[in-house]
Design a protein around this ligand. Structure first.
Ligand code: NAP
Length: 242
């Protein structure tokens, strides 16, 4: 349908960081497939993004649902292909000390934060290969910093980091690249969930990461493959060594 334009698929684009990334890509001429569970929020995002984007296809549903993942990929294919996959949707789970941990506390964390993004990478790889595309997986400083209380969530992001690097190595011959981005602390619904009842208004809005995204999407994916970036550390050219 729109073979000549670049296409991006962004999970969790109904609000927060995902919506900011979608806005950046819309302004850069991309057609968009956007995901999220809340149909009203997704429709609002679609309405806003449609004013600038070449095309916007909302796909409502939980990324742990295989049908939703297929629909996300099929929607990109119907638009003409895929240049960028952003695995942004994520859940926080229960924040609390590991000494009080019980197995059910893992709950949905690994399926949502690790399993679904991994399958989306698998499904997207053939389309990305055709356009020498880029996978962007959103991580967190909790993947490396061992913050008390943040263990299970941090463990999912650490797992995602390793799988991303592994896949970047495995898909090299297919010309599919993958990078990790730690967006840094931002005022969002997820961040407020981590600090219930606390005033977190001193955190920057996800818009603070816009300069990073514009820089990232200017890069040749093959050159940056396998790297980890910190979206709020412009002075270091965003690159973070693992
Ligand atoms: N905020 C921070 O300080 C911070 C710091 C480091 C890393 N991060 C990372 O940044 C990313 C974005 O977080 P955010 O702060 O922007 O959070 P947010 O405002 O809560 O947005 C999360 C987005 O993901 C969607 N989502 C969540 N679970 C989903 C699921 N199972 N299926 C489909 N969509 C789902 C949400 O929509 P629905 O709820 O409608 O589904 C929403 O669009 C996450 O990967 C997070 O781990 C955030």
């Amino acid at each position: 349908m729109t073979e000549s334009i670049p296409i991006a698929l962004i999970t969790g684009a109904s609000r927060g960081l995902g919506l900011v990334i979608a806005r950046v890509l819309a302004a850069r001429g991309y057609g968009l497939v956007i995901g999220g569970r809340d149909t009203e929020a997704l429709a609002a995002a679609e309405g806003e993004l449609s004013r600038e984007a070449q095309a916007v296809v909302p796909v409502a549903g939980d990324i742990t649902d295989a049908r939703v993942r297929l629909k996300l990929i099929d929607s990109a294919r119907a638009l003409g292909g895929l240049n960028v996959l952003v695995n942004n949707a994520s859940e926080l789970g229960t924040i609390g000390p590991l000494m009080a941990f019980d197995v059910p506390q893992m709950g949905r964390l690994f399926p949502v934060n690790v399993g679904a993004p991994t399958i989306l990478m698998q499904l997207a790889a053939p389309l990305l290969s055709l356009r020498r595309g880029l996978i962007v997986n959103i991580t967190s400083d909790a993947a490396t910093a061992a913050y008390p209380g943040w263990g299970p969530y941090g463990a999912t992001k650490a797992a995602l980091e390793l799988l991303t690097r592994t896949l970047a190595a495995e898909l090299r011959e297919q010309h599919v690249s993958a990078v990790l981005v730690d967006p840094g602390d931002m005022l969002s619904r997820m961040h407020q969930q981590a600090f219930p009842g606390e005033d977190i208004s001193n955190r920057p809005l996800p818009d603070v990461t816009r300069p990073f995204w514009n820089w990232l999407f200017d890069q040749d994916p093959q050159v940056i493959r396998g790297q980890r970036f910190a979206a709020q550390q412009e002075d270091a050219r965003w690159l973070q060594l693992a």
